[in-house]
Design a protein around this ligand. Structure first.
Ligand code: GLC
Ligand code: GLC
Length: 815
């Protein structure tokens, strides 16, 4: 069952019922100012950091769900309604929500009045613009009341929801132009240099800034007293809960349309310019707010800003496009995969409807992997991101697991000890260099642990990342796992028995025994990139030593990491195998099958193919591949969080979407295009749109997890949007299935596709050249390039050498 449909020309998902199984959201903003917006107008805004600079208040876990947002109420006679249905839930005559790239347009109709709210964050500005248009579709004149409503957050979201004894006394607002412009300036009198503005472009009938006045005693968003009475109270908040609400009276002739522009903005002043005159006079410097207000005070200006945003997205999405007989493939590649990658670039795992924006900042490994998905779109920002991440690294090569986007400093609450982290830095750097050919990044002076007095070039960061694994090996010569590897829940040194202890930070993490075969696979795969980089720098001896270390690891995996039919997952503290046929539960895990096959460990002796067959036999389900089988049914103190989840959820045998593309890529390594495709499509949003009532999260983006076959709600997804799946899937489909893969010295074309796909065309920008690629697969092959022509000239192999100076080339590939 569906709750909407794709509109590919408009690059939108069109939701046609407000009663989606869960709120289906979108993200506004590309640089500093961001908003989350649901299909019913719920959500909130923040500047840069969802924890530290939150503009509007959102109550997670609220009842009813998703019942706070940037709302517009219409009072038409006795009927009060919202264009997005929530929070009044007044039945609408028509409802539609269009989520597009960086904007959302919600339209509701009631009693022959049409209301459309277009929401977006203008490119390069720190505000959310809402254009609210009302159109009278009746044959008589209509007069209605329009009320806006936002609830301000007192900036620090964590403090805001815990420290009421203080916060109920700090709230301050300032009101200009009889309520047309409302400023939220809590704490500006002391150490904050920023405030929020909420302004509309027409004179108002009245306003409110105090929540209790607006809602009424014990009132609620679904029926504010002010709206019911059709009359603002012109309340001035002092402490308690500041809000912003404007009241506009609108009269419309039959057929007439009027638009109103509301702007919610973030303004920051340099400390020396905070005040006009002496601070004790309390005259806030509103100059920047005045300027912002003028930027959007007419419909023409808003249209212009909106078109600039669209152009920005046209440009971004023009670098990689595909055209094939598979409409859903084209849709995902050309729009939604890349769009989700941009959102994960911006958000990491910080703010979604499942990530509260206060828990996690930027993940070290997460952000490194996210790079795979956007480096071709915004290489300069990728470069900056890589160096930001590296600057949090410890001098021994280990890494803070997370850092805060605002301060860019490592998060000491989580600390380090996740032993896969350093290798992801190599993975990210390699992706960047292959895409751009920019080796100068290696020379960038980069701090250790954010200390400007302790700096090395970036090359040294990569070196210590690689060496961290070399110097942290266990009894089987496999890498020590530390607190966890990619699987945050495989906590082999934790041994927690107290409820509430964090599995990731409890106990001495530095066990000398527990080892990870997964990290071994990573070490080999990304170690090869390190070797390439060393060779490029002419460091041949060091390259040779690195190759030896890789060969040793390869031998260690073959000796102690192979179970006969698949790769073992790990060794626990006592030296027992995890993910082996010897185990009662958790006999086989997905992660080492993906990474060790990508690393081609034992490829020639058939281990890779055997591992893939084992995955298909033991982990496959109709909704995707589960993380392990059989699930853990009781808590294992020696394994940690993984066994804490009920069977079928999360890391305990859920379909963890992030590592499904690993298997799909691994299948391309063994050349099974049909199976790679099956794995890709089974979890791919567009391909499962028809089961939206089972899947429940948004049908246009990935979720972190889908309940596995051992869970009662098999097929139900959770934790949508912020997942490494976005980047990995795009990497999979663009570089391995379609096979268009940037390499150090050229562009490789090596498709691995289902035999029924008789070819495709693609356009790929790469190092200044546009490649128009036509792949022909008349023979119904799954892999293997028979012939390749570049501008009509046949070339040997399937790596197109760099086309220096050529703006465009045509490539023909015959499979
Ligand atoms: C979450 C984390 C990611 C981790 C994964 C598996 O998605 O953000 O870092 O690898 O879970 O535990
Ligand atoms: C929990 C989750 C895991 C996530 C981790 C982040 O353990 O199960 O998916 O990566 O928290 O700390």
């Amino acid at each position: 069952m569906k709750f909407g449909h794709f509109d590919d020309n408009a690059r939108e998902y069109v939701i046609t019922s407000p009663r989606t199984p869960l709120p289906w959201i979108n993200y506004l903003g590309s640089e500093d100012f961001f908003s989350l917006i649901s299909n019913t107008g719920g959500g909130y805004s923040f500047y840069r950091d969802a924890k530290l600079l939150r503009l509007t208040r959102y109550r997670y876990n609220n009842v009813p769900q998703d019942s706070n947002g940037h709302y517009y109420y219409i009072k038409d006679g006795d009927t009060i309604w919202n264009p997005g249905w929530m929070p009044t839930k007044t039945e609408l005559d028509f409802y539609e929500c269009r989520h597009g790239c960086g904007y959302t347009r919600i339209t509701g109709k009631k009693n022959a009045l049409e209301a459309t709210v277009l929401s977006f964050v203008p490119y390069g500005d720190a505000c959310e613009v809402n254009q609210v248009s009302l159109k009278n579709e009746s044959s008589s004149e209509k007069t209605v009341d329009l009320f806006s409503y936002v609830e301000f957050c007192l900036w620090n979201a964590m403090d805001d929801m815990t420290n009421f004894q203080r916060n109920y006394s700090t709230g301050e607002v300032e009101i200009h132009d009889n309520g047309q412009e409302i400023f939220h300036k809590t704490e500006y009198r002391e150490r904050r240099n920023h405030f929020a503005t909420y302004v509309v472009n027409v004179p108002v009938e009245g306003y409110d800034t105090d929540q209790e006045s607006f809602l009424g005693a014990y009132g609620e968003n679904s029926c504010p007293e002010v709206v019911k009475n059709g009359q603002s109270k012109n309340s001035v908040a002092s402490g308690w809960r500041p809000i912003g609400s404007h009241h506009i009276k609108v009269t419309l002739a039959p057929g007439e349309r009027k638009a109103f522009i509301f702007v919610l903005g973030y303004i920051e002043n340099p400390v020396e310019d905070k005040w006009i005159g002496a601070p004790e006079d309390g005259k806030v410097n509103f100059k920047k707010a005045d300027e912002m207000r003028k930027r959007y005070d007419t419909e023409e200006k808003v249209t212009e800003a909106f078109m600039a945003l669209e152009k920005h997205w046209d440009e971004l999405l023009s670098h990689f496009t595909v055209s094939s007989s598979e409409e859903k493939l084209d849709r995902m590649v050309n729009i939604w995969h890349q769009y989700q990658c941009m959102v994960t670039f911006n958000m990491s795992r910080s703010a979604s409807y499942y990530e509260s924006g206060i828990g996690r900042g930027m993940g070290f490994r997460d952000s490194c992997q996210d790079l795979f998905g956007f480096v071709h779109l915004i290489p300069e920002r990728a470069r900056e991101r890589i160096l930001d991440i590296a600057a949090t690294q410890f001098p021994d090569g280990s890494a803070y697991h997370q850092y805060q986007p605002l301060t860019k400093k490592g998060n000491s609450d989580i600390g380090s000890g996740f032993n896969d982290d350093p290798l992801w830095l190599i993975a990210g750097a390699a992706a960047y260099i292959k895409e751009t050919g920019d080796y100068t990044i290696l020379d960038e002076k980069t701090p250790w642990d954010s200390d400007p007095n302790n700096v090395s070039d970036f090359m040294e960061h990569l070196r210590r990342s690689f060496n961290y694994t070399v110097t942290h090996k266990g009894p089987h010569n496999l890498p020590l796992i530390g607190r966890a590897d990619w699987n945050d829940c495989l906590n082999l040194n934790c041994f927690s028995t107290e409820p509430g202890e964090s599995f990731q930070t409890f106990g001495p993490s530095e066990g000398p025994n527990a080892e990870s075969v997964f990290i071994a696979g990573m070490f080999i795969k990304y170690g090869r990139d390190w070797v390439q980089i060393l060779k490029h720098r002419g460091l041949d001896d060091e390259a040779k030593a690195a190759e030896d270390a890789i060969a040793e690891m390869d031998a260690a995996v073959k000796h102690a990491g192979w179970d006969g039919e698949w790769y073992i997952r790990a060794y626990d503290h006592y030296g027992n195998k995890i993910g082996s046929h010897d185990c009662d539960e958790g006999k086989i895990f997905i992660e080492p099958q993906g990474l060790c096959v990508m690393a081609e460990i034992g490829l020639s002796e058939g281990k890779c193919l055997a591992a893939m067959e084992s995955v298909e036999r033991m982990l496959d389900t109709k909704y995707g591949i589960v993380l392990l089988q059989p699930p853990y049914r009781k808590y294992h103190v020696e394994l940690g969080e993984i066994s804490s989840y009920p069977p079928g959820y999360k890391e305990n045998a859920g379909i963890f979407c992030h590592n499904n593309p690993w298997i799909s890529i691994a299948e391309t390594v063994v050349g099974r295009g049909n199976r790679a495709w099956q794995v890709y499509t089974r979890t791919c949003p567009a391909y499962i749109e028809d089961i939206s009532e089972i899947h429940r999260t948004e049908p246009y983006v990935y979720s972190q997890m889908i309940a596995g076959k051992d869970a009662p709600n098999f097929g139900e997804a959770k934790n949508s949007w912020l997942t490494g799946t976005a980047a990995w899937t795009f990497l999979n489909v663009s570089q391995y299935i379609l096979g268009i893969r940037p390499d150090y010295d050229g562009l490789v074309v090596d498709p691995c596709i289902p035999s029924e796909l008789k070819g495709f065309t693609a356009k790929r920008d790469f190092r200044g050249t546009t490649y128009n690629i036509t792949v022909k697969n008349e023979s119904g092959a799954q892999k293997g390039v028979k012939k390749m022509l570049v501008d009509g000239q046949e070339i040997a192999g399937n790596c197109i050498p760099l086309q220096d100076g050529k703006a465009e080339v045509n490539v023909e590939v015959v499979m």
